[in-house]
Design a protein around this ligand. Structure first.
Ligand code: DQA
Length: 139
């Protein structure tokens, strides 16, 4: 199964960024570990701080990835363009992921433009949210 993991802005800093919210472990290292653990799956990983680059990656992966796991970071709450890109691609299995429980935080984080175009959302389980998304695809 080809799975594309796409991360948005500031997620490259998880490990040092607001550790009380996102923890002390590097997300980059965690994704490397996850890719090795699920080596039998073909997992690609992309992170960008730039909205248009995220859209380009969705368009690129969306023609042949069987599933997309996306944490759009703060763009989750603002980007109609990323939501439109997810709607436009052929990939049907799209899962929204968040490290923190966005519903227990500021009100502006409770709106997601991404959630309505996804199969489902996983949030609040720390870095493990990504593994839970993979496991949901395998079950
Ligand atoms: C986040 C939640 C967003 O609200 C925030 O802007 C992020 C990270 C998460 O994974 O918990 O950058 O997507």
């Amino acid at each position: 199964m080809k799975i594309s993991i796409i991360n948005g802005p500031n997620l490259n800093l998880v490990g040092t960024r607001e550790p009380e919210i996102y923890g002390n472990s590097s997300l980059n290292e965690y994704i490397k570990w996850l890719t090795q653990k699920y080596a039998s799956l073909h997992i690609t990983y992309f992170q960008s701080n730039i909205e248009g680059e995220i859209i380009d990656e969705i368009q690129k992966q969306g023609s042949d990835a069987e599933a997309i796991i996306i944490n759009a970071g703060a763009y989750t709450h603002t980007s109609i363009a990323i939501a439109d890109a997810l709607k436009a691609v052929q990939t049907e299995k799209i899962i929204e992921v968040h490290i923190s429980n966005v519903y227990a935080r500021e009100n502006y984080r409770k709106l997601s433009y991404i959630a309505p175009v996804c199969m489902g959302s996983i949030c609040g389980f720390g870095l493990k949210s990504y593994e839970l998304a993979i496991q949901s695809l395998l079950s």
